[in-house]
Design a protein around this ligand. Structure first.
Ligand code: F0G
Length: 415
């Protein structure tokens, strides 16, 4: 049962929604690599390759949708879920877009692929390029990406250039390179990346038995992901697989908040680039490429755009860690943003809310260790939240190598 060449807008060829639901679920039991991918099992909605057999897959997608039991109790939200995209093969949501766009690059005969990155895109690109036997060029801002991500680009054999500039400066240099050389650009302006990144919307709807959550909350950096997910839900609705769209809200760090400022200053009509600062390095972006698309998806879905402080991000990240999930700092802005929305009564207790956790906690272990050691935040950033932060810290303790000392440490630790 195939729907080759089909797209949602081709009315007469519309496949039967029930048949698609059955087929996509059935593929999860298949031993074929393509079927085991949480991107390519939805290939009827990905008409991007001449031949699907050319797909380069690391079995990305099929990530878990976890219930956040502690946070939902605390916030009084009945159904609070986290779609953990950090559980992808290279530890971030970028894999779903990369399998799509890199497969296109390979099929079209490119030797080189390249991206500017705050770390996760480069890790994903380098891995998929290595699997495809292609060369990859990574431009990253020197000293401003987490070590875990840098180590991945090295491990997967990318030519990794650390430039003395920020992410936005890396984008400019790369634009010049792709003008001069036949290098395939894999930044998120690449439309095929968005095709892959829309598939978590399908997985979320499927996991909820084809019901759409009331609210989806995503972090905002270069601002491609929010529109990719919006596209995914829109296609499901056009197909008749779901009845409506979720509200989609975008959360930024308050030191890297050009979209929030744009809404405040001009209702999203203009965006003033800024010099970005946040320890959530993944979203340290002052001149986001896809801001117009993000404005559209927020406005069309009746969502919100807001920012959160460094302390709010750190607290939210520790709370997710304490639920046994963990994530990288950029992902934790979603929970921090949800808390603000709930405090402002913008989200009701009966709503189903999904947070998109974009990266794995091991991506940025330095951040986590600094938090638990109490060295992450400056005093003025902590403000009046010292006690709350201390209650979330679980620092490692140096203990003598004997049972009595270890037992004393156990008893001295609050539960
Ligand atoms: N979360 C993480 C962990 C990210 O790595 C990124 C973006 C985002 C959120 C923001 O997503 O850009 O679609 O709004 N990282 C890019 C990179 C910029 O190069 O890895 P966005």
């Amino acid at each position: 049962m195939e729907y080759a060449g089909w797209s949602p807008r081709q009315g007469p060829n519309r496949p039967n929604p029930g048949a698609l639901k059955w087929l996509w679920r059935e593929r999860r039991c298949s031993s074929e690599a393509l079927d085991q991918s949480g991107v390519w099992r939805f290939r009827e909605l990905l008409p991007i390759l001449e031949n699907c057999g050319n797909a380069i897959t690391l079995r990305e997608g099929n990530t878990p949708l976890y219930a956040l039991t502690q946070a939902s109790r605390k916030l009084g939200i009945d159904q609070l879920l986290a779609k953990h995209q950090g559980m992808n093969p290279t530890g971030s949501f970028k894999d779903t877009g990369m399998t799509a766009a890199l497969s296109v690059a390979k099929e079209r005969g490119f030797e080189w692929v390249a991206c500017a990155s705050t770390g996760n895109t480069s890790a994903a690109m380098a891995a998929y390029a290595a699997r495809a036997g292609m060369r990859s060029l990574v431009l990253i801002p020197e000293g401003k990406i987490a070590w875990g991500k840098l180590s991945q680009a090295m491990d997967y054999g990318a030519v990794t250039c650390q430039l003395k500039t920020d992410f936005d400066g890396c984008v400019k240099v790369l634009a010049e390179i792709v003008r001069q050389e036949p290098v395939y650009l894999l930044n998120s302006v690449n439309p095929y990346r968005l095709e892959g990144q829309k598939t978590p919307a399908f997985e979320i709807a499927e996991a909820l038995e084809w019901n759409v959550p009331d609210h989806l909350i995503v972090p905002g950096g270069n601002l491609a992901n929010s529109s990719a997910l919006g596209k995914g839900f829109r296609e499901l609705r056009e197909l008749g697989l779901v009845a409506r769209m979720p509200r989609i809200s975008v959360i930024q760090a308050d030191g890297a908040n050009p979209l929030v400022r744009s809404f405040a200053a001009s209702h999203g009509r203009e965006l003033e680039p800024l010099e970005a600062h946040t320890r959530a390095t993944a979203i340290r972006i002052g001149h986001p490429a896809s801001w117009r698309k993000a404005v559209r998806v927020i406005q069309d879905s009746d969502g919100w755009c807001l920012d959160v402080s460094e302390a709010e991000i750190a607290i939210a990240k520790a709370e997710l860690g304490a639920e046994g999930l963990g994530c990288e700092p950029a992902s934790a802005v979603t929970l921090a943003g949800l808390k603000k929305l709930r405090a402002d009564d913008k989200i009701g207790s009966g709503e189903t809310v999904v947070l998109l956790l974009t990266g794995h906690t091991l991506k940025d272990a330095d951040y986590t260790i600094d938090f638990h050691r109490g060295t992450l935040l400056r005093e003025e950033e902590v403000g009046g939240r010292g006690a709350e932060i201390d209650s979330l810290r679980h620092n490692a303790v140096a203990v003598e190598a004997n049972p009595a000392a270890v037992l004393a440490a156990m008893k001295g630790t609050p539960g």
